[in-house]
Design a protein around this ligand. Sequence first.
Ligand code: F6R
Ligand code: MG
Ligand code: MG
Length: 373
Amino acid sequence: MKLTLSVIKADIGSIGGHIAPSRALLEKVRALVAERAKGLLLDHYISYTGDDIAILMTHARGTGSAEVHRLAWDAFLAGTAVAREQGLYGAGQDLLKDAFAGNVTGMGPAVAEMTIEERPNEPFLFFAADKTDPGAYNLPLYLAFADPMTTPGLILSPKMAKGFRFVVMDVNCTEGDRVIELSAPEELYDLAALLRDPERYVVESVWSRATGEQAAAVATSRLHNIAGKYTGKDDPVMLVRTQMNFPATGEILAPYATAHFVAGGMRGSHNMPLMPVALDTGTSYFDGPPLVSCAAFAVHGGRLTEALDCFAHPFWDSVRDRAAEKGMEMRRQGFFGAAMLPMGELEYTGITEKLKSLDGRFHMRKEAERAAA
Ligand code: F6R
Ligand code: MG
Ligand code: MG
């Protein structure tokens, strides 16, 4: 059967700053989705990662369905009302437009969707990251789908030997979706040349070249492109199908053991390691560290099993320890050099304003002055 997996997430308010949504807020979102799901959705699952609530939905209405998007939008609106009642911080933060116009893309919430021909057994992973942006998935996707050092399936499985096609988006382009398609392994160096710059070039989807099936869908929205200014990091969600013609679940998860540095953390303006965490984990140290959670599912006829919590396994404790060490090490150098993001990526305008005012105080040394200096 043709099945659509849609995940739509938003930050609509949280307790204690940008830590995590309240129980009442989550319950409101859950209640509204449950009430309206009948006849529309086949199943759904709601979780949070940091201050973001994600609604994962299965249905037969295809990607970009106005009804499905409206359901998520309405659930976030209802949640926002509770967030306001409770005085939560950043109530309605990611709902950047007033009126719903048929699709939440471009309205603030992040969306990852794919329509698949459901396999007799259909394992897939749902990732949610907080205090970072969509480029955070560039490295793990490259390693899992294009690097045999990470994914032995690329050399061991005949089904994977044809490689994968990457669709990469230039997220700096505000006029429309500027994308390029690159095939691994032939165009590996071209792919690497783009993915090394995760603030500009972001993997949007990955496809099997053996079967043409979609393997991964990433939310690539950039909030500042919508609001015209930074309003927070984009906190991306991602769906990845696993096994058979795709990398195994363990091959998809393995790259997160790197705890690689990503853009985000405090004021969305730093480089900090991405920490794999259990589902429903809030943020803490330095408004971070940037977090990623992963729920594993089997889906059959659109019905989801319970979610398994991939990063709750004891293996990830030592990765978390190392991520904490890396984070603290980076923090030792405060605002200097690599610790903070380059000018164009800073979430706050304070520095730009300061530099503008200092610029007027610079002067060119005169010849005589130079000789004396
Ligand atoms: C990062 C983030 C936080 C806030 C910080 C200041 O994406 O959301 O680090 O930037 O807590 O928040 P405001 O400016 O809302 O006081
Ligand atoms: Mg927030
Ligand atoms: Mg967030």
